[in-house]
Design a protein around this ligand. Structure first.
Ligand SMILES: [Zn+2]
Length: 336
């Protein structure tokens, strides 16, 4: 199974519970999988179409649960897509109007005119932003295989792409846009952004796999570097650096680093990649670089949060504090 399919399968299991999030998810699915069909007499119906039967079921249930709308379901074969079967959900004219108003895609005053808005809470609440991005990924997203680098993207167009960009930005994720065959593609290409986005959407299993592959790959680089270092010196640094690396890896597997303050995430990831360097060198690898005391300060804060040893330079006097992660989850900056 491709990594994209794996992420989607995992996200499919995340069910929006709150009313606000359901609407947010419907908004994203409507923007990515639906189109308006005009029929005789200027009547407009909203039609969802997807090749993914699980996604069709999800849309069906959301419409029913959140809007009390039961769409008509049919299947059709696409000649264009090599005879692949697509699920088609059609919403009646009256329900279409009601749904578009609820999604703020239609302003009631100028009936007929479609306003590509989003529900008010979709941008302002974190829970709803997560639901929106998750649904946009299910509808039009893809992510590259972790072995080949980092790229996560959404196929979108025009104002929808702008909305998605803004939403990602608000969640601390840096996105870029490109044109491809008449569509706008919103994409992330930094490892940290891909990781944050997977965390935001709730793909924790996939995130763990990604981090593992990343660590394994970087572990090989580290072995090469180690050979070129002065051994005695290396040993000394490895003691502290390696314990920190283990604590950080353990924590990221259990909780993901994505929820920590940015500067702590950065030094944590850098430490995972370079357990052998001194704190001073580690500080120089950050962007922007920080001095020894700055790096020391950040590492101490990170270790306090994740439950590793207290400081780097001090020798452990009371037992090995290494890998002191114990599954505690005391901070939850994402609450509400
Ligand atoms: Zn919500």
């Amino acid at each position: 199974m491709s990594f994209s399919a794996q992420v989607k399968q995992e996200l499919m299991r995340v069910r929006p519970e709150k009313h606000c999030c359901m609407l947010s998810e419907l908004s994203a699915l409507t923007q990515t999988c639906a189109s308006l069909r005009l029929s005789g007499g200027g009547r407009v119906r909203l039609v969802y179409e997807t090749e993914n039967p699980a996604l069709a079921k999800r849309i069906f249930l959301l419409l029913k649960k959140r809007m009390e709308i039961t769409p008509a379901l049919e299947f059709k074969r696409h000649k264009r897509l090599g005879g692949r079967r697509a699920s088609v959900l059609t919403v009646t004219e009256g329900d279409t109007r009601r749904l578009l108003v609820a999604l703020r895609m239609l302003t009631e005053s100028e009936a007929g005119a479609v306003y590509r808005g989003i529900p008010r809470t979709a941008m302002s609440r974190r829970c709803c932003r997560a639901a929106f991005v998750r649904a946009a990924f299910l509808g039009a997203g893809a992510v590259s295989e972790p072995e080949t680098g980092y790229r996560l993207e959404f196929v979108s167009s025009g104002s929808k792409a702008e909305t998605l960009m803004k939403m990602l930005e608000k969640s601390g994720i840096q996105a870029l846009t490109a044109k491809r065959r008449g569509s706008d593609v919103v994409y992330l290409r930094r490892g940290d952004d891909v990781v944050s986005c997977l965390a935001l959407m709730g793909a924790h299993r996939a995130l763990m796999d990604l981090e593992n592959i990343r660590i394994r790959r970087d572990g090989r680089n580290q072995a090469n570097r180690a050979r070129n270092c002065d051994e005695a010196n290396l040993k000394k640094q490895l003691g502290a650096g390696e314990r920190q690396r283990q604590a950080i890896v353990g924590y990221s597997l259990a909780h993901s680093l994505g929820a920590l303050p940015k500067e702590l995430q950065e030094i944590g990831r850098m430490r995972m990649l370079h357990p052998e360097v001194s704190l001073e060198e580690l500080g120089q690898m950050l962007s922007p670089p920080v001095g020894k005391s700055g790096a020391n300060h950040r590492m101490r804060r990170l270790m306090q949060i994740i439950g590793g040893e207290k400081t780097q330079e001090r020798k452990d006097t009371h037992g090995q504090a290494d890998a002191g992660f114990d599954g505690r989850d005391t901070h939850d900056p994402d609450a509400n």
